[in-house]
Design a protein around this ligand. Sequence first.
Ligand SMILES: [Zn+2]
Length: 427
Amino acid sequence: METQKPLPPFEKMEKMSSEERRKLLDEQLKWLVAYAYEKAPSTRARFDEAGISPSKVSGIKDLENLPLLRKDALVDLYKANPPLGGLVTVPISELERVYVSPGPIYDPHHSSETYWQRHVHLVKSVGFRKGDIVVNSWMYNLVPAGLMIDEALRRAGVTVIPTGVGNTELQVQVMHQLRATGFAGTTGFFMNIIDKAKEMGLDVSKDFNLRMAVIGGEMGGGPIRKKVEEEYGIDTGDMYGTADVGLIAFECSAKSGMHIAEGVIFEMISYETGKPVEPGEVGEIVVTPIDEIYPLIRFGTGDIASWINEPCPCGRTSPRITRLLGRVGDAVRTRGMFIHPRQLEPAMAKFSQIAQYQAVVTRPGTRDDLALKVELKTEEGVDKEKLASELIQVVSEALRIKVDRVEFVAKGVIPEWHKLIVDERVY
Ligand SMILES: [Zn+2]
């Protein structure tokens, strides 16, 4: 069997044209498919079942008929084929660590060079650099997050303080005394640390040496990040990933969406038809990481997002996730119909005067009430009554159920990263 050709340095790849990148990734995929077919019995079974011969795969376009590998399927595969689901290409004894995420799914911590190249390049791209001292408060036990980010940071030349979750007061002390320059963790926990520091009589902008906080992992972080930047002078960044695949996307300094990391084959598909969706449309994020030890080919993340594929001010050419809209399972049943962010998004995209919006389902009496909260970019020259009636018509049509009313709300009421449809019914 052929050996894997190494990819060029990712610093070079990130500015390549889409075609050049595509060519390199197609080549990698061709190799990866053949390798996984040979070494991972469950992958072999998937290809055989779909009637796809690895020798016929020359690029991602040849995989369209391979059904997605979903989290639910992983559960079944791990149950049926212990210990590693027939998905990992080396025996368990050759792995460095095994994560439980959650059982019966086990994620391997391994030494694939392409995997680590991706992670190191990603943490550097999000803004960490050699010389940084970073508090890593991602969870260190059971799940991959803590140790994976730890290793990526260390390989990038960063000094890591592995605090993990909790012990807020201790984290404040450590951050203060060791003059930490960076933080990695959830937005919520970072705010706990800030509050605790104040409680302990510390001035976050003066007594801390924090330069950069990468606080991803939850939606709704937008206004909080703004506050962190403006009030404390700490730059913020965001990353996206899954336990199975690792880190997938990162925000660059332009802060206008998250770039897909180099070393990941990225597809956006319609959850309904399984067909590719165009940039600007909403779809499910599907990835194939170039990872010869854990080759998850066409992994359906279940995350719904909007995306663009246009030049970024930072010079990188990879596609960007512009907004995470929730999970495939986020559809909200309203008056007997499922309504989903993917129906709402394209309808709302027709109204350029709107900055933020959110559909809210409540049940004041016996009937579900569907309200559309809307924040305008500017009130100037907007005929609210006319706009409301247009909105009701267009959105009702898209959702296939009637929108009861439009509520105009002030700036900031709807957080920047938020669920597009919320269910506030009390049962
Ligand atoms: Zn960029």
